[in-house]
Ligand binder design. Sequence first.
Ligand code: 5RP
Length: 225
Amino acid sequence: MDQNQMKKAVAEAAIAYVPEGSIVGVGTGSTANFFIDALGAMRDRIAGAVASSEASAARLCALGIPLLDLNDVTDMPVYVDGADEVTSQLAMIKGGGGALTREKIVGAVARTFVCIADGSKLVATLGRFPLPVEVIPMARAHVARALEALGGRPVLRAGFKTDNGNVILDVHGLSITDPVALETHIDGITGVVTVGLFARRPADILLLGGPDGVAEHRRPGAGLP
Ligand code: 5RP
Protein backbone atom coordinates (compact mmCIF):
# COMPACT_ATOMS: atom_id res chain seq x y z
CA MET A 1 0.00 0.00 0.00
CA ASP A 2 1.24 3.48 -0.79
CA GLN A 3 0.65 6.43 1.56
CA ASN A 4 -2.67 7.41 -0.04
CA GLN A 5 -3.96 3.85 0.09
CA MET A 6 -3.02 3.70 3.79
CA LYS A 7 -4.89 6.97 4.45
CA LYS A 8 -7.96 5.58 2.70
CA ALA A 9 -7.71 2.28 4.56
CA VAL A 10 -7.53 3.90 8.03
CA ALA A 11 -10.33 6.30 7.14
CA GLU A 12 -12.59 3.46 6.08
CA ALA A 13 -11.66 1.46 9.19
CA ALA A 14 -12.76 4.41 11.35
CA ILE A 15 -16.35 3.98 10.17
CA ALA A 16 -16.61 0.98 12.52
CA TYR A 17 -16.22 3.41 15.47
CA VAL A 18 -19.22 5.53 14.45
CA PRO A 19 -22.34 4.48 16.35
CA GLU A 20 -25.61 4.38 14.36
CA GLY A 21 -27.71 7.50 14.88
CA SER A 22 -24.85 9.50 16.39
CA ILE A 23 -23.41 12.95 15.79
CA VAL A 24 -19.90 12.60 14.40
CA GLY A 25 -17.02 15.04 14.85
CA VAL A 26 -15.06 15.36 11.64
CA GLY A 27 -11.47 16.49 11.24
CA THR A 28 -9.61 18.21 8.44
CA GLY A 29 -7.00 17.17 5.88
CA SER A 30 -6.46 14.53 3.23
CA THR A 31 -6.96 11.58 5.60
CA ALA A 32 -10.09 13.17 7.08
CA ASN A 33 -11.35 13.73 3.53
CA PHE A 34 -11.24 9.97 2.92
CA PHE A 35 -13.22 9.57 6.15
CA ILE A 36 -15.82 12.11 5.01
CA ASP A 37 -16.20 10.24 1.73
CA ALA A 38 -16.72 6.98 3.63
CA LEU A 39 -19.20 8.69 5.95
CA GLY A 40 -21.19 9.73 2.90
CA ALA A 41 -22.10 6.10 2.34
CA MET A 42 -23.76 5.92 5.79
CA ARG A 43 -25.28 9.40 5.82
CA ASP A 44 -28.80 8.03 6.39
CA ARG A 45 -27.59 6.20 9.50
CA ILE A 46 -26.07 9.16 11.38
CA ALA A 47 -27.75 12.17 12.95
CA GLY A 48 -25.24 14.55 11.42
CA ALA A 49 -21.71 15.88 11.67
CA VAL A 50 -19.78 18.73 13.27
CA ALA A 51 -16.95 19.99 11.07
CA SER A 52 -13.57 21.24 12.27
CA SER A 53 -13.07 23.56 9.28
CA GLU A 54 -14.89 25.34 6.49
CA ALA A 55 -13.25 22.94 4.01
CA SER A 56 -14.58 19.85 5.79
CA ALA A 57 -17.99 21.51 6.17
CA ALA A 58 -18.14 22.06 2.41
CA ARG A 59 -17.18 18.45 1.70
CA LEU A 60 -19.77 17.11 4.19
CA CYS A 61 -22.43 19.36 2.66
CA ALA A 62 -21.61 18.22 -0.86
CA LEU A 63 -22.29 14.64 0.26
CA GLY A 64 -25.63 15.58 1.80
CA ILE A 65 -24.50 14.99 5.39
CA PRO A 66 -26.40 17.28 7.79
CA LEU A 67 -24.09 19.82 9.46
CA LEU A 68 -24.61 20.74 13.09
CA ASP A 69 -23.45 23.69 15.16
CA LEU A 70 -21.24 22.45 17.99
CA ASN A 71 -23.18 24.66 20.43
CA ASP A 72 -26.29 22.59 19.77
CA VAL A 73 -24.53 19.29 20.50
CA THR A 74 -24.44 17.76 23.96
CA ASP A 75 -23.28 14.26 23.09
CA MET A 76 -20.69 13.39 20.49
CA PRO A 77 -19.50 9.78 20.82
CA VAL A 78 -16.61 10.08 18.40
CA TYR A 79 -14.28 12.55 16.68
CA VAL A 80 -12.18 11.28 13.78
CA ASP A 81 -9.16 13.18 12.48
CA GLY A 82 -5.69 12.81 11.03
CA ALA A 83 -2.38 13.99 12.50
CA ASP A 84 0.96 15.30 11.34
CA GLU A 85 2.82 13.28 13.98
CA VAL A 86 1.65 10.85 16.64
CA THR A 87 3.51 9.02 19.42
CA SER A 88 2.87 5.62 20.96
CA GLN A 89 1.23 7.55 23.86
CA LEU A 90 -1.15 9.02 21.20
CA ALA A 91 0.03 12.60 21.74
CA MET A 92 -0.07 14.44 18.43
CA ILE A 93 1.11 17.40 16.43
CA LYS A 94 -1.77 18.71 14.35
CA GLY A 95 -2.45 21.84 12.33
CA GLY A 96 -0.57 21.15 9.12
CA GLY A 97 -3.82 22.13 7.41
CA GLY A 98 -4.27 25.11 9.73
CA ALA A 99 -7.46 23.88 11.38
CA LEU A 100 -5.92 23.15 14.80
CA THR A 101 -8.16 25.42 16.88
CA ARG A 102 -11.47 24.03 15.70
CA GLU A 103 -9.99 20.53 15.71
CA LYS A 104 -9.05 20.91 19.36
CA ILE A 105 -12.48 22.30 20.25
CA VAL A 106 -14.45 19.56 18.49
CA GLY A 107 -12.07 16.92 19.85
CA ALA A 108 -12.62 18.25 23.38
CA VAL A 109 -16.36 17.65 23.11
CA ALA A 110 -16.08 14.10 21.80
CA ARG A 111 -16.06 11.13 24.15
CA THR A 112 -13.58 9.23 21.98
CA PHE A 113 -10.90 10.74 19.74
CA VAL A 114 -9.94 8.43 16.91
CA CYS A 115 -6.72 9.39 15.14
CA ILE A 116 -6.34 8.02 11.62
CA ALA A 117 -2.85 8.10 10.15
CA ASP A 118 -0.57 6.38 7.72
CA GLY A 119 2.50 4.72 9.23
CA SER A 120 4.83 7.62 8.35
CA LYS A 121 3.16 9.75 11.06
CA LEU A 122 4.28 7.56 13.98
CA VAL A 123 7.31 9.07 15.76
CA ALA A 124 9.28 8.41 18.94
CA THR A 125 9.56 12.14 19.74
CA LEU A 126 7.33 14.94 18.46
CA GLY A 127 8.88 17.93 16.73
CA ARG A 128 10.43 17.01 13.43
CA PHE A 129 7.19 18.32 11.87
CA PRO A 130 7.14 22.09 12.51
CA LEU A 131 4.74 22.82 15.37
CA PRO A 132 1.83 25.03 14.22
CA VAL A 133 0.76 27.81 16.57
CA GLU A 134 -2.33 29.90 15.76
CA VAL A 135 -1.79 33.50 16.80
CA ILE A 136 -3.82 36.72 16.92
CA PRO A 137 -2.26 38.79 14.09
CA MET A 138 -1.21 41.78 16.23
CA ALA A 139 0.65 39.42 18.63
CA ARG A 140 2.71 37.72 15.91
CA ALA A 141 6.08 39.31 16.73
CA HIS A 142 5.61 39.03 20.49
CA VAL A 143 4.67 35.34 20.26
CA ALA A 144 7.54 34.67 17.83
CA ARG A 145 10.03 36.08 20.36
CA ALA A 146 8.56 33.90 23.11
CA LEU A 147 8.82 30.81 20.90
CA GLU A 148 12.44 31.66 20.05
CA ALA A 149 13.16 31.84 23.78
CA LEU A 150 12.00 28.19 23.94
CA GLY A 151 14.64 27.26 21.37
CA GLY A 152 12.30 27.12 18.37
CA ARG A 153 12.50 28.86 15.01
CA PRO A 154 9.04 30.24 14.24
CA VAL A 155 8.20 30.86 10.58
CA LEU A 156 5.08 32.74 9.54
CA ARG A 157 2.92 30.59 7.26
CA ALA A 158 2.96 32.83 4.20
CA GLY A 159 -0.32 33.93 2.64
CA PHE A 160 -2.40 31.90 5.09
CA LYS A 161 -5.26 32.93 7.34
CA THR A 162 -7.12 30.44 9.53
CA ASP A 163 -10.90 30.03 9.45
CA ASN A 164 -10.83 32.24 12.56
CA GLY A 165 -8.97 35.09 10.81
CA ASN A 166 -5.65 34.47 12.55
CA VAL A 167 -2.11 33.66 11.40
CA ILE A 168 0.02 30.55 11.95
CA LEU A 169 3.60 30.38 13.13
CA ASP A 170 5.21 27.03 12.25
CA VAL A 171 7.91 26.37 14.83
CA HIS A 172 10.94 24.47 13.57
CA GLY A 173 13.71 22.86 15.56
CA LEU A 174 11.85 21.74 18.68
CA SER A 175 12.48 18.33 20.21
CA ILE A 176 9.38 17.84 22.30
CA THR A 177 10.24 15.51 25.15
CA ASP A 178 7.43 16.70 27.45
CA PRO A 179 4.47 17.51 25.18
CA VAL A 180 2.02 18.12 28.05
CA ALA A 181 4.29 20.73 29.66
CA LEU A 182 5.07 22.43 26.35
CA GLU A 183 1.38 22.56 25.38
CA THR A 184 0.57 24.21 28.71
CA HIS A 185 3.49 26.65 28.39
CA ILE A 186 2.74 27.77 24.81
CA ASP A 187 -0.99 28.06 25.54
CA GLY A 188 -0.01 30.52 28.27
CA ILE A 189 1.78 32.96 25.93
CA THR A 190 -0.40 36.03 25.49
CA GLY A 191 -1.66 36.22 21.91
CA VAL A 192 -1.58 32.47 21.30
CA VAL A 193 -4.97 31.10 20.29
CA THR A 194 -4.02 27.43 20.08
CA VAL A 195 -0.87 25.36 19.90
CA GLY A 196 -0.99 22.31 17.66
CA LEU A 197 0.13 19.98 20.43
CA PHE A 198 -2.62 17.56 21.36
CA ALA A 199 -1.12 16.00 24.49
CA ARG A 200 -3.29 17.08 27.40
CA ARG A 201 -6.17 15.56 25.49
CA PRO A 202 -4.45 12.97 23.27
CA ALA A 203 -6.22 10.54 20.98
CA ASP A 204 -7.88 7.54 22.59
CA ILE A 205 -7.54 5.24 19.61
CA LEU A 206 -4.99 5.30 16.81
CA LEU A 207 -5.73 3.52 13.56
CA LEU A 208 -2.35 3.24 11.90
CA GLY A 209 -1.91 2.18 8.30
CA GLY A 210 0.99 -0.08 7.36
CA PRO A 211 1.94 -2.18 4.35
CA ASP A 212 -0.16 -5.07 5.67
CA GLY A 213 -3.24 -3.11 6.66
CA VAL A 214 -4.65 -1.20 9.61
CA ALA A 215 -3.57 -1.73 13.21
CA GLU A 216 -5.56 -0.45 16.18
CA HIS A 217 -3.68 1.05 19.16
CA ARG A 218 -5.60 1.99 22.30
CA ARG A 219 -4.15 4.53 24.68
CA PRO A 220 -3.51 2.93 28.06
CA GLY A 221 -5.82 4.57 30.58
CA ALA A 222 -8.17 5.97 27.95
CA GLY A 223 -11.11 4.41 29.80
CA LEU A 224 -12.66 2.98 26.68
CA PRO A 225 -15.42 0.39 26.84
C1 5RP B 1 -5.18 19.76 9.76
C2 5RP B 1 -4.58 18.62 10.49
C3 5RP B 1 -4.46 17.32 9.76
O1 5RP B 1 -5.07 16.34 10.50
C4 5RP B 1 -3.01 16.99 9.57
O2 5RP B 1 -2.37 18.09 8.93
C5 5RP B 1 -2.83 15.72 8.75
O3 5RP B 1 -3.21 15.96 7.45
P1 5RP B 1 -3.23 14.82 6.34
O4 5RP B 1 -4.31 13.88 6.72
O5 5RP B 1 -3.54 15.59 5.06
O6 5RP B 1 -1.87 14.18 6.31
O7 5RP B 1 -4.19 18.70 11.63
O8 5RP B 1 -5.14 20.93 10.52
